[in-house]
Structure formats: structure tokens, C-alpha cells
Design a protein around this ligand. Sequence first.
Ligand code: ASP
Length: 321
Amino acid sequence: MVNYRTKIKKINMSEISIAIHGGAGTLVKGTMTSEKELAYKSALKLALDAGYSILEKGASSIQAVEAAVKVLEDSHLFNAGKGSVFTAEGTHEMDASIMDGDTLNAGAVSLVSGIKNPISLAKDVMEKSEHVFLAGEGALIFAKENGYEQTPPNYFFDEFRHQQWLEIKDTDSFQLDHATKKDSKFGTVGAVACDKNGNVAAATSTGGMTNKKWGRVGDSPMIGAGNYANNETCAISCTGSGEFFIRGVVAYDVSCLMEHKNYALEKAEDEVINKGILKIKGDGGLMAVDAKGIISMPFNTEGMYRACKSSKGREEVLIYK
Ligand code: ASP
């Protein structure tokens, strides 16, 4: 059988493309104003352009996804970095992961506090340690040894997020971005890209869920669940109900369908997002790009903050279906 990657490399070596998301937990349609919509779309566009310009200069997909995710982490609009939700203790615990589809190298961090850009820390775990996944205190020691400063808690304070937490603070409930009741802003962030050499990469970063406790970790930092990249198939960044995405091994499942069943990207994604994950009642979506630069952005929720751009001329910044 012809290997998927060999097939696509022969067709095109130079298509560049990037797709980013700001989470599948969008504001419900009725509560979206034109000002808010503009703010979200401008933030997405900024991140998209940051990543795309790196690809245009001929740099790697890993550099592009890191740059795009950093812009999203620096915005208070999304649930990652600066805009991270509050834990049950009133703190912020962030998770992030990154993967290089060329080498299958990966790096991830979870339960980190005071780190402005967790995605860069995940990249440093990949590049500067012998490990893949560092968590909590240990990850912070690694960060310190690699020159990261502790950013004070007020940097991560957002009044809206705070109110969101106060509403459920003394209860046992937690607020997942994808709960149907939501009328608030939400959104794990992520990016996938294909560079001019046909190398793909994926990056995902999140604050998790409001009022989370016991060191809860979702799918976002878990390689194979919320994030995965393999040049033989595609790069994927997920957003959704983390517990279900972990059980569905969503990102790797898409890749597996392509690798072992020879599915095209869109067919594999449809199978996972609109069939597989729904069977266990998981909601959310994903961003994916294959080594031909083909982008797909499926979701089974009302909307997903998303944007994409390719050298073939595709450019979109969207929120709802
Ligand atoms: N998947 C994330 C988590 O469970 C949440 C999200 O995508 O909004 O932590």
C-alpha cells in the first residue's frame, strides 16, 4: 500500500497552512453582540497572522503553532494563559502540549501556575529535557531553571472569569466550557500548521474548567487525547469536554483512522467528532491539517472560535456553524 505521506509529498512540497481555535465553548448565539464578535475575531486574526507570517518566512510549523498560541494565551478573551479560568482554590492551573509531526517529539506541562505562556514551557520540555510531560511543582522548578519568571496572580485576574467562579465557588459543581447552560466566554486555544517542507505540528493550551479541584487535568496536555501530530497523517488540536476526549483518545483516533484505514482527513474527523465521541456524549471540536496543507475544523457544538489561512488562498475567521 502506498504510504500516505509519500503520496502527498509527491503532489506538493510547498503548500503552507495554519488553523487555530479559541475553544468550542462559544458564547450562546443570543448573547453575542457585534462588539464582542469583533473582539473575538480580531484576536483570532492576530494569532492567525502571527503564525502564518512565520510559515511564509520559511520557518517550521512548530515555530508557527507556538507563535499563534502565544498570541491567544496573551488575550484575556480565551481560557488559556492570561484568560485562564479559576480553580476551586481561586488560583489558575494551566495545561499545555506541543508535538512535532516530523520527529514525533512532544512536550507537555500540566498544573502550572504563574507561567505567562505555558505553550513555550511545553516546547522547552520537548527541546531541553529528556522527558515529555512535567507536572505541578516539578514543572515549575524546570521553568525556573530555564529562565521563566513567576508572573503574579493579578496578571491572570479577569473580572468576568472571577464572577463565573464566584457563582459556583462553594458548590461541588464545576463549569466546563461546553456545558449547554453557558452564557459566558470560554475557550481552550490551539493551533495546527503545515510548513513548506510538509512538516506538521500541533499545539494546545488551556486553563481547564472553572472550579476544578484535586489536580484535575483534562485532555489538552495529553498527547494523543487533546493534541497529536504525525507527518504520516495530520496534526490535531482539540477542544471539548476533556474527560470524554481523554476516554475517546480523540486526536490519536483521527490519526489512526488515516494511518490504518487510509481515511482522508475529513472522513476521519467526521467519524471521530460526529460519531465516535458523540457515542460517549462528548462535545467539542478539533482543528486539523494534513501534510498536504489541507485544513479541517469540525465541531459538534453550537460554535467554535476558529480561523485558518493557506497559501492556496483559503482564509476564514469564524465563530458559529
Ligand atoms: N478540553 C479542555 C479541558 O477539558 C477544555 C476546553 O477545551 O474548553 O480542560
